[in-house]
Unconditional design. Sequence first.
Length: 435
Amino acid sequence: MTGLCPPTPPSSAPAGAPAFRSLLHVNEKGGRFGGTEEYLAVLGAELGRRQVTSHLVCGSHGSDLPDDGLASTHLLDGLARREGAPGTAEALAGLVRRLGPEVVYLHNVFDARLVEALDELRPRPVLLWYVHDHYVTCLTELRLRREGACTSLLGQACLGAVAAGECVRRHEERDFGLAELAAREALLGAAGRADAVVVVSRYMRDLLQAHLAASADRVHLLPRPIRLGPSAARPGARGVGARGGSGRGRVVAFAGRITPEKGLDVVLEALGSMVGTGPVELRIAGVVEHEAHWERCCALARAAQAANHDLQVRYLGHLSYAEADDLFALADVVVVPSRWPEPLGAVVGEALARGAAVAASRVGGLDTFVEHEQSGLLVEPGDVAAWAAALHRLLTDRPLARRLAEQGAQLAARHSIEAHVDALDDLVRRIGRLG
């Protein structure tokens, strides 16, 4: 376990300072791996500006740990093990005793004993648990059946559904049995020990409240901040929603993991069926996680370009956050054609913040930032004809695209990190332990 000495806290708090002065994040990873880790970085930086000391304990980290916002980082190997590890809960409790944070903010954790050990501490910190994904409510982590989004509660029937091939697996190599189900159910039960279970969308709030019926009042909606910054669109600025693409036609962008549940194939088929929209370029960004699906998408891209001579398809590979922001700032339309019920779909907010018109699947939490016909278009997942119709509207009706993009940019501007920290502070105050 390694760490840095925290800075001496200021003698007086600035105006608008949170009720808490110190916070410890607990997560499987540190660094800049994905959405959770990005959230930790931006939250730590904003809390630091408000003179709150933030720490991180994680199971593993890369070489690119954020250099701002964190007073110390600590490694605890067991946090990265989904099967848990002996002694991890006790070591975490010992670290909390030593650092003395007023708030412990749990993120991606897999062992119920961690929460139980923290709940038994005296004095006890405020325990927040941000449920970022479906790990605690779904064995396969996707909540996706072959026929569509899963609405079942986690339970014994899930084992039969997985075994029968009814559930779409994110990790094909993983097997699930009674021991795995018991571990997930224990994790769900441990959520009831947290002072607040934080979720990112109305969809996730309803889902967790259904799973935690006895403690549903502990589930709180706290939408994630949208990454803004220098490339964010200014509502009313010239070019928002009608940028004319790259000079060769309109640009449609897809950014996400390349895997069946993300639905890239649906957009390729839809674009191939469209004629009369003028030159269109589809730019694809993301890591290939499912080789067979990528091969199918490549075949669909070739077929689409053969059927629609105005269409060009380009694969950009994996992009950094800054590069993805630049893509969204250029694109006329950003598509999020997911089949699975995404807890939030941060790409939607990031695209809106950069002035693109957005079409997203009507599933899961994707409606957090998209109100149909107001800040974007919602389309039935997997419906090629519906996606073709939505894309045709956005590519040919420029006043519509501009209106949706303008209203989307206004919505995105309200989801700043500053507003998020204000809401987080309000939550901590309301649960009655601080302030």
